[in-house]
Ligand binder design. Sequence first.
Ligand SMILES: Cc1ncc(COP(=O)(O)O)c(C=O)c1O
Length: 432
Amino acid sequence: MSTIVAPVSRTVPARTVAVPVPADPNPAGHGPLDVLGVPGQVNLDYAATAPCARAAADAVAELLPWYASVHRGAGALSRRCTLAYERARQQVGDFLGVRPDDHVVFTRNTTDALNLLARVLPPGGKVVTFASEHHANLLPWPVDTVRLPVPGSPGAAVRALDAALRELRRGTDGSAPILVAVTGASNVTGECWPIADLARAAHRHGARIVLDAAQLAPHAEVDISALAVDYVAVSGHKLYAPFGIGVLAGRADWLDAAPPYLAGGGATRTVGPATNDVDWADGPGRHEAGTPNLLGAVALAAVCEALTGADRPALYAREQALLAHLRTGLAATPDVVELRTFDADAPRVGIVSFVVAGRDSAQVAAELAQRWQIGLRDGLFCAHPLARRLLTEAGTRSGRPDLPPTALRASIGLGSTTRQVDRLLAALAALG
Ligand SMILES: Cc1ncc(COP(=O)(O)O)c(C=O)c1O
């Protein structure tokens, strides 16, 4: 792999400010995993878009003076940018544990990555997914996609997938391509899905599996090889690298066999005089036509490097402690009911959705923002089938007939503190 040899400046943009975390500082300290923010604003909406990590801001600031074309110039600036882009690909691939012959394709985000995969499905390919998926993993797939009902437990998910795949293969020679599309962690409940078990079930029936790791990767290690999944999709802006980047990583063959996702410069080897006289490139470039998002790729790679170098079990343990504090506090707050798919103690990342019985969720979110400077999300979280189902289930479980039709979601991550969580709990207890 090439290395960058040019001298660099370590300047950080002047207007970025670190969120003060005096009560219980981020164990990452003022290092690469410190996150930027605005003093006084409590960001509990990491699942929508996480704040920018210092590693990402520094990497962008460092490269900006050199900023020039990628793959398109002989000058020193362009050559450096090309090296930086390809190095970022390598670093992101390493972070995701890709196999030697996998492709790492840069996209705009997870939605884009999953749409790309939908486009390269071989002819006659079938998709199996669950009704609990984010819209990004529900809507790109063909209309005859098998959508399995929301399961009641991780084990039920594996059994349902196994049965569905057996049914799909029944009476066939087993050679038709099948893709299973599942999330690693729910954007509504934070609950983790049994990815390695689902991958085993998929492979037992000769199917492939794509992991939507948009919510899992910011919180836990995601390793394609260790999980034995075929593809992984992630978004930079949920991984502390908010510069319009995403990734689809995985098996090369479908990607190399399909027409380019976008037709244009950079995706070709040669173009002849006739319209159809095009020799498309193989490799990730086939699906990256047009000038690529260099700063996004470099920012994401910088965060990947920083996370790789961090004590991830310690970061995970800290987040789990904060999550437990949040959930315990919510459970003790009058009228608050949590949404969940699995048991209350099922493994989850730092995301909790809930409702305040008798209160409109949008109004609660507005009051939290205006009176308490707390930012969180309200609505159905781009997972309408799941959120609606969980709202119904929460009504039954709590026996409350007055739950609102939409929910609230608090989500935490690297810069979150006990003080911020306590502020949310105090604000909910004091709702006017
Ligand atoms: C589980 C999950 N998948 C996919 C997406 C789509 O991500 P993006 O909006 O970055 O494309 C999201 C976004 O919230 C998500 O939570």
